[in-house]
Design a protein around this ligand. Sequence first.
Ligand SMILES: [Ca+2]
Ligand SMILES: [Ca+2]
Length: 250
Amino acid sequence: MRYLLAVSAALAIALGAALLGGLVPATANHVPGGTYYGTQTWGGAVELVISPDGSGVASFKAFNVPGDFCTFEEIGVEFTSPPAIVNHSFSYQVGTGLSFDGTFPSPGEASGTLRANVPGCDSGTLNWTASTSNQPPPATPTPTPEPEETPEPEETPEPSEELQQGDVDCDGFVNAVDALKELRDVASLPYTQEPDCFDIGEEVASLFGDVDCDEDVDPVDALKVLRYIADLPYTQEDFCTPIGDPLFFE
Ligand SMILES: [Ca+2]
Ligand SMILES: [Ca+2]
């Protein structure tokens, strides 16, 4: 036999057991091996298990039983020698700490009273009801779903403070806009740039925008900017500053 007495307040009790006879009039047959479960008006729950042969109570537990100065989180008894159910009723007392009784108004229904009473905390007599159609929640807790990973916000790149090979609009980034502006220059179309930026094709160390240093600004330069953005290889003259590297002028 195992006694359960979990009390939220720091209370202790030495429990002795005394079996009392069935005292309540007969009502109906109970379900052998049945588990009767019910949440109660006082907020907690009761679980009553009948022995497989139906001769007695296998276990009686009550959860979150409110006391006057504490809450009994779990109280009850698991019997190795089930106390008999006599005349469709049972009554049991564990020392002065726990007492309960019950009857079976119908085969699938049970009801009765319980009282938890330890020094400093007393639930008083509480009514309980339980039924076999109302099963206790599974013992294993429902796994908490993994929180969805919040994607890291993409870092906004900082513009380069130095002028880079291929940044033909001088905005600090080498990107497809630069390739487009090279193409617009080739097509003699207008394009925008930051202030103090060299015109595309202007003679500086090489021609500004001539990213392969072959002495012209043509669609191939725009293509090489796009290949650089896509991490694809591109060819340049040996002395040429790689795309994306700082440009220095004498
Ligand atoms: Ca740019
Ligand atoms: Ca070129």
